[in-house]
Ligand binder design. Structure first.
Ligand code: GLY
Length: 583
């Protein structure tokens, strides 16, 4: 009712007066329980899995009920998702696994894909300097894939950090059974296959498996994947390395060769998962642990959190224009740094330590004007762009002992490159698209990246995946989370962390709450439809922000929090499917 007067006031009032009024209003409402309107998380006494498919979550819970630790469960969940969540769960992709044991030991496994040896800087640029689109380009088809890292990453987790109460064969078995016997398709998954039929139809095995040979699937139909079951059976018999050196590797290399792909048997044999040192920072005294490069996620998140420490966000109120203005300004600066300064640390000099310093954040935030939006052209120096797929998936596992695994992995876009390798059931990634195919130019999300993320043989593309763990002030696990959604992953995870720490939300409320995204270029703030009041929007426009109501969702997250009584609280974003299951 009072929307129109407020709009008029916003149009006429100077920005400084506007901010003063907003601070007063926000002070009056800030004390309310921000999570009162949200649904409850799933509660369990002992252990919890939060993943984007109920069957995968149940697989993980069964492993833990039978004495497995969070790492064992995470391996079984990842393999099950490769079967029941083919849009993003995978063997043919890669990702990052962050593990923290109850004793505080923390491990970060990088199983990001690597560029094949034949992929050079201009591999996706034609003779006129234009990006190659379609087959032959970086988004779809045989040349779009990096060498998959998932089997190697899961194998490293198993051999170094599994409980040894389960054999590798036992952890693969639930996925093999799901692939062999099939599972009923939800309406969403059946419809999604149809929406991606143009790409999937172009590749024989993808058409056979996901489009039911052109007859299509309906809700409730059973999806069986016998080739994938055979691949999993070979990996049970010969170990995960079979994917890189056995029959599966030979099938991949042969199919690649037959279709002008880049990947060879040698590339597969040379793939290695690596351990990185987990990134550590803090927010208002709480330790925040995340993934270092080749993911940009941890650095960008810590940069934004460091800048936000200068401001009393709680006082400003959750949905205030003032808070959104500051968060967007911090994101603008951190994403500008991402564009210029980040890439695979094995190839490029990434100033990680400097970027996550509080002092650096203060210097970066000094140019934030409380009453005026910056222009992205005045922030940062890069003129470089990236494209990043949206179709990643995140899951989190906490076991009865208090060990936690938070894992994000991906084949990049929905259904990756759309290529299923003949005779394997393995859907391949299009992670080559996460490189800057033309450093300095914007990608399909308008995201800019630089030379540090140019294509080079055996290099890992820069990622936005942000598996994150936050500790209580006594050093014990508080919550862990991550998200899917390309660069918007970082915004979703960062704001969820702030929602818990600044606004006292539980994990479900923190993940469900409306959020924004600003990534330097395009110079605009994305907000979710119904996620922002017209009054707040009007104020942000008055401050000089360009506001864009898209996409419908800004990423989707999953996470687990430890309640004060020790219960595990599991949360799946209301923006996506999935289920938290515990016992
Ligand atoms: N492909 C999405 C990411 O790695 O961030």
């Amino acid at each position: 009712m009072w929307t129109e007067p407020v709009r008029n006031f916003c149009r006429k009032a100077p920005a400084s007066l506007l901010i003063a009024v907003l601070v007063t209003v926000n002070l009056l409402v800030a004390g309310r329980n921000a999570s009162a309107a949200f649904r409850d998380p799933v509660r369990a006494r002992n252990a919890m899995v939060a993943s984007q498919h109920e069957l995968a979550s149940k697989v993980g819970v069964q492993i833990m009920k039978r004495g497995g630790n969070a790492v064992d469960a995470a391996i079984a969940v990842a393999l099950a998702l490769a079967v029941v969540y083919p849009e993003a769960g995978n063997l043919g992709g890669g990702g990052f696994m962050l593990i923290r044991f109850k004793d505080g030991t923390t491990r970060a496994i990088d199983y990001r894909e690597m560029a094949p040896a034949a992929a050079g800087r201009d591999v996706f640029v034609d003779s006129e300097g234009k990006l190659i689109r379609g087959e032959g380009g970086s988004e779809v088809g045989y040349r779009a894939s990096g060498v998959p890292g998932t089997p190697a990453g899961l194998d490293m987790a198993f051999s170094k950090y599994g409980s040894k109460k389960f054999s590798w064969r036992e952890l693969v078995e639930p996925a093999r059974i799901l692939a062999q016997n099939g599972f009923p398709l939800s309406k969403r998954l059946a419809d999604l296959f149809k929406s991606y039929q143009t790409n999937l139809n172009a590749y024989e095995d993808s058409r056979k498996i996901f489009l039911n040979n052109g007859k299509h699937f309906e809700e409730g139909d059973v999806l069986r994947q016998p080739d994938l079951a055979q691949t999993l059976a070979r990996m049970q018999r010969f170990g995960a390395n079979e994917f890189y050196t056995g029959k599966t590797a030979e099938l991949i290399a042969a199919d690649m060769k037959a279709h002008n792909g880049l990947m060879t048997l040698e590339d597969l044999r040379n793939y290695r998962a690596v351990e990185r040192t987990a990134l550590r920072g803090s927010y208002r005294g709480y330790e925040v642990i995340s993934m270092p490069p080749p993911s940009s996620g941890g650095i960008v998140m810590l940069q934004v959190l460091n800048m936000m420490e200068r401001y009393d966000l709680a006082k400003m109120g959750y949905n205030s224009a003032q808070k959104y203005h500051l968060v967007a300004e911090a994101m603008r600066r951190a994403f500008a740094d991402r564009a210029d300064l980040m890439g695979d640390p094995d190839f490029a000099d990434v100033p990680t330590a400097k970027l996550i310093e509080k002092k650096y954040a203060n210097e970066r935030a000094a140019s934030i004007n409380m009453t005026q939006a910056s222009k992205s052209s005045d922030v940062g120096s890069g003129e470089v762009l990236i494209r990043e797929g949206m179709d990643t998936t995140h899951f989190t596992v906490v076991d009865a002992a208090g060990n936690v695994v938070t894992n994000t992995y991906t084949i990049n876009n929905l259904y990756g490159s759309a290529v299923t390798i003949k005779g394997t059931g393995v859907l391949m990634n299009d992670e080559m698209d996460d490189f800057a195919a033309r450093p300095g130019k914007a990608n399909m999300f308008g995201l800019i990246q630089g030379e540090r993320n140019s294509v080079q043989p055996k290099k890992r593309p820069l990622s936005s995946m942000t598996p994150t763990i936050v500790l209580k002030k006594d050093g014990t696990l508080w919550f862990a989370l991550g998200a899917r959604g390309g660069p918007r992953i970082i915004s979703a995870v960062t704001q969820s962390v702030m929602n818990v720490i600044d606004y006292g939300m539980d994990i479900q409320a923190a993940i469900d709450a409306p959020r924004i995204h600003q990534q330097w270029y395009p110079d605009e703030i994305l907000f979710e439809p119904f996620g922002m009041s017209p009054d707040t929007l009007a104020v942000l426009r008055t401050l000089g922000h360009s506001m864009a109501a898209r996409p419908s969702n800004i990423a989707s997250a999953t996470g687990i929090m430890i309640d004060t009584d020790g219960s595990r609280l599991g949360a799946i974003d209301s923006r996506s499917d999935g289920e938290a299951v515990g016992y």
